[in-house]
Design a binder for this molecule. Sequence first.
Ligand code: ADP
Length: 593
Amino acid sequence: MSEDAPDFVRPVRGSRWSDTQSRDALQAIAEGVAEVAGFDLVGISVAREDGYLHTLALVGPEEARRVLVDSLAPVDQLLVQLETAEDWGALKFIPHDKLVLDIEKWGWFSDAPRDNVAAGAWHPEDMLIAPLEGADGGFLGFLGMELPRDGLVPSAEKRALLEIYARQAGRAVVTTLERERLAERVRLAGTAADIVRLASGTQSPEALLAECGREVTRGFRADSLWVQLLGPDHRCDGPLHVDGGPTVRLPSGVRALVSAHAQRAWERQCVAVLAPDRPVPGVLGDEQVAELLDFFASVEVGSLLFVPLGAGPACFGVMGLTRGHHGAEWSDEESAAALDIGRDLGRALANARTFAREHELVQELQDLADYKGRLVATVSHELKNPLSAILGYVEMLESEPSLSDDARAWIAAIQRGGDRLARVVGDLLLLHELTDADDLEPAPVDLAPIVDEVLEMNAAVARGRGITLTAEQPPEPTLVLGVARDLDQVVTNLVSNAVKYSTDGGSVTVRHERVGDEVVLTCADDGFGISEADQAQLFAEFFRSSNPAAVAQPGTGLGLAIVRRIVVRHGGRIEVESELGRGSTFRVYLPSA
Ligand code: ADP
């Protein structure tokens, strides 16, 4: 028990017993004992975790009920008193002349005359007590009996009977108390489970607090919940989140107190009850306490359960559960559950913060990718016109008859360079176009004429190098749901690569067929093949093979990136199967029309 606490009976503010059936059950037990055992005053007091006895049920004169019901009295003083009691087995009798309790301060005694009490008669300051023990033998409280109706200290036979009543009543009280504790634990565990469930599906810290706040307030039967988050420097960060009750702002002094103590409370894993009549945590000075209590008074808060929120070594904030002036006191079960919830919420907050940070990073990357796309597109556009002019003039120069052979060779070199640049610019613009648009308007497209045309375009080059081009096409049309121009680009890039990266005298086969609700387009060659390492990067922009034979061929490294982008935009996928020196097979899966 705290040293600052009063050492005499004081009224308890509301309690968790105020609205329970258990309390009615205890009152019924007291009434039963009064009736059967023949006492005018019977009370049941229960020991609380803070070292006080709380009188929950009482049968007796109105005056006694007014003073004693819901009063608190220090347990330790009663235990000292019990040492002087006469041991009647389950009962302890404290004769008035052995009384060490200050009766002025300790409870209520009848004002019946104290003089000339005959031998064997009950003295108004006598006490008869049956201590109650839990299953583990711990002190749970007591059943007190005073004012015997026959006016006599119970005789030996009556004691035996009384002991039986006391034992029975004791068992009933113990069961009631345990049921109450269990109910409380179940309720709080339910709240904790709700928090974990809500927290795991919530993404931003704000949404998390909004979702879980309501559950916590309800689960703890609090009037309101305040949550103050802390920044990385342990200072209060942002506004106070409030659930239930009016919007409040923490005064700067209170914010400073929170900043100063949250981390320490988290490290020590402790919660604190802050209320005008409660001992204050030793770490706070008088002025700080006064400031806190003034603030509570200004917002009509009777008590606050202060709980740190955190995960691992880090404290992210604090939550305060508030109750009004007539609200119940905070039980140890509630404090322990609040600490658990502080951990659950802390972990969820940590996840939400990480998620929010990831979200920001993804957004930054997206912005960067957009910027890169725009930059590439702008530069390509700016290059395109002068490049066309250069190539146009090169063509005119070539037809100039007076040129020397050297000049012709130089012009041919300019032409090659210009053509290569034009390819890169063309591919870059195409790639940008494909990123840019969500405007795909698919229609049924037959692959057969596209394949025929592409093979036709490549026929001259293939013939020159002795490469056989074959199309294996089904008799019926192979209809893809897509955009003809884009699908043409896919077939063109795959076939031109197959020819380009084939050895002279090789063969290239293009096949397409419908399989289920997909169309499979295959382009196979028996050319250079691609190493496994290269396959992993094949579709990245600007990737060119590490194989010297392949690098020797002209290329931009953009062809397959374009192919993949088109295929993905169509809702399809592309696969490659290849072995260095053995050839490659590209397989494109597209939605059929
Ligand atoms: P480019 O052909 O312009 O270099 P691509 O994106 O079309 O760019 O292809 C990237 C790389 O993949 C090529 O440089 C080449 O090394 C390799 N490659 C593509 N198709 C084949 C193929 N059919 N056989 C062997 N290598 C290929």
